[in-house]
Design a protein. Structure first.
Length: 123
């Protein structure tokens, strides 16, 4: 198993988008990290992408923040494109802000008062 050098956010909700330069429409993002981005491109876009192609565009996070990114295509599976953001990565700060936003928005509320805690061992 290959270990990643950066933390990856896998999206299962929300509306993150990557708008690649030259495309008409922004694409849904499947996952991202500081150095990588995987998005699902509309099949109607005319420019075909292949591993090694350079691309640039704008990542729009669920929290509304936008970041310019660029890098090289490393994998194409149908309409799913994976990028290595070797030219303009996503700042660590933005990845962490997005993670905090997602946790606050999509996770169930946590117990906050001592009286709400479950007793352990009959206490």
């Amino acid at each position: 198993m290959i270990e990643r050098g950066t933390y990856r956010i896998v999206y299962k909700g929300g509306d993150p988008r990557f708008h690649m330069e030259g495309d008409r429409w922004p694409s849904p993002v499947a996952d991202c990290s500081e150095t990588g981005l995987c998005f699902v491109r509309a099949g109607s876009e005319s420019r075909m992408l292949e591993p090694g192609d350079r691309v640039a565009g704008e990542m729009r996070f669920c929290n509304g923040r936008r970041v310019r990114v660029s890098g090289r295509v490393v994998r194409v599976r149908g309409t799913e494109i994976a990028l290595n953001l070797d030219e303009a990565p996503i700042p660590f700060y933005d990845v962490m802000r997005e993670q905090i936003f997602l946790r606050r928005t999509f996770e169930a509320p946590r117990l906050t008062k001592a009286s709400d805690r479950l007793s352990v061992g009959g206490e």
